[in-house]
Write a protein that binds this ligand. Sequence first.
Ligand code: FE2
Length: 323
Amino acid sequence: MNPAENQQRSDVLFGEGRNGTFVLAHLSDPHLSSLGAVRLGDPLNKRLFGYLSWQRRRRHIHQPHILEALVCDMLAMAPDHIAVTGDLTQVGLPDEFRQAAVWLGQLGTPERVTVIPGNHDTYVAAPWQDTFQAWAPYLAGDGGPDNNDPYPSLRVRGQLALIGLSSGRPSAPLLAVGSLGKRQLTRLEELLLQTRRRGLLRVVLIHHPPVPGSIAWRKRLTDARQFAGVIARQGAELILHGHAHYSMVRELAAGMQKVPVIGVPSASSADLTLQRAARYHLYCFERGDNGWRVQIIARAYSAVEKRFMVVHQQEFQLPVFDR
Ligand SMILES: [Fe+2]
């Protein structure tokens, strides 16, 4: 990357103003694992359709060298924390989980990196110990790994409450739907209330875009309306997601407040269009007299420059809720 630009951005983010601020990096859908070792004769069962899709199309869309450039660029920004909102794998094979665990180690320690699952990571129902166990420290809430009922997870970092949800679940061929389920929604509501009373800045992480009607029916969150109901009652300061593989900015209502809902494209995308090019976001949170202000910096891959560059930068006030 261009050292001068890097230095300039570093000054904006981490100069005098860094005191009292917290920088969260958000990326999603890296689809980083290779299925190159899989043979058609292997017992793929329900994963066969996904494997063929990877062979024909997806391995050309998701490029390791672009993901490598993203990680390099992002780590140079020295964020305080990194959130990865799912779909690290292609079809959720145990070997893919091992590949992704190595990659997570390059991002940082579990203390500084939070991961939630996507639908490709839950392509079929598979034993925890063969799959998510490899990522357990990155998935766990502050109470430690809980492989029986881990979601929602809660991690408190400074004045941030990172609330991780799991919307990934196996679905029929040609569908990529997700759902949270009643139990997770009930616990989410409790958690949002508790963390609001503690005065924390609540960032909700979810793989599927949660605004009803915001994505194609076959990729939707089936209980998006119930999720919107929880947010309407308890609020949240910010909701981050992936899954769509294009840049999305929406909002959900919570009383008189509007909660920003922001999605990033795939972190390894070779697409050349601005809305779908590989991208990550930096959120620089700062406490003001009237609640939280945030500066969002979007850095996307330029195929011409062969590096990540700022494509959008904006400051805004996050919604304010009574304790
Ligand atoms: Fe997805």
